[in-house]
Design a protein around this ligand. Structure first.
Ligand code: IP8
Length: 266
């Protein structure tokens, strides 16, 4: 397998209209597929978030909190997972249209969590896909949990896990802001973009970023950053880039300079 693996997360806030339930941002999905294709990477794992497909349903049915014993919640789990499958299909279709050999990989069918953390993740199928030259496309999902019956596994937990296991060269997180700021840039005009953050600085920053205002069951930017810490500790650099702006993702994937935040160990 190529040593230069990139693990890329496409944020739900970019590929969906986060304030409109079950509404994809199709022009953004198509544009991102084109940008990924034009970067011509040798080895790539793609993970996407839930946006207005996963989060409103997960919230409505309290999926993250675990199984409450009621049949109505089972239906809620099914609906949440199915909404993610529908979003995943849009992403994979767009990638295939750009001649990327993308294959949908559904986390709930083989990953188990224990109290919301990844517990078992048989990697053989993914390893084979990568060895053959496919681009696996995973997503934040409603998954089965040893303690809680089921829960929500965020795409962010997935990318850190995958980057560590496969010793990825880098993680790129495509979001709808220019990177990490001193506080929430959507709430505070004075928020300043940070071009480079070390692990040590990250811990202080965590308290300042603020919660996302959208109904994000996995916790928005602070949780996103928290999830990256184990990967950064292992030496994986994380680039947080605004992929809602045209060409940014393509430049980032090619290693060109782009307005963003780099999170590194030192
Ligand atoms: O957007 C959450 O994934 P995320 C997925 O990566 C669901 O946090 C189903 C809400």
């Amino acid at each position: 397998m190529s040593a230069k693996l990139t693990v890329l997360k496409l944020g739900g806030s970019v590929i969906t209209h986060k304030d409109k339930s079950l509404t994809p941002n199709l022009p953004a999905i198509r544009r991102l597929a084109k940008e990924i294709a034009s970067a011509k990477l040798d080895s790539l794992i793609l993970v996407h978030g839930g946006g207005s497909f996963g989060h409103p349903l997960a919230k409505k049915y309290k999926i993250r909190e675990g199984f409450n014993g009621k049949a109505s919640q089972l239906l809620g789990f099914a609906e949440t997972h199915q909404a993610m499958v529908a979003l995943n299909k849009l992403v994979v279709d767009a990638l295939i249209k750009e001649k990327i050999s993308a294959v949908a990989v559904s986390p709930s069918s083989f990953i188990m969590t224990k109290s919301e953390r990844i517990h078992s993740f048989p990697l053989e199928p993914l390893t084979k896909l990568l060895q053959l030259g496919f681009v696996p496309v995973l997503f934040g999902d409603a998954v089965f949990d040893l303690d809680k019956g089921f829960t929500i596994l965020s795409g962010d937990q997935l990318i850190a896990y995958l980057a560590i296991h496969y010793k990825a060269e880098r993680i790129i997180v495509g979001v709808d802001v220019d990177g990490l700021f001193t506080s929430d840039p959507k709430a505070n005009k004075e928020a300043k973009l940070l071009n480079h953050v070390t692990l040590k600085e990250l811990e202080t920053l965590m308290q300042q970023i603020g919660e996302a205002k959208v109904p994000d069951v996995t916790g928005g930017m602070p949780s996103k950053v928290q999830e990256m810490i184990p990967a950064v500790e292992k030496g994986v650099n994380v680039l947080v880039v605004n992929s809602a702006k045209s060409e940014n993702l393509c430049k980032a994937l090619k290693g060109e300079r782009v307005v963003s935040t780099v999170i590194s160990k030192l």
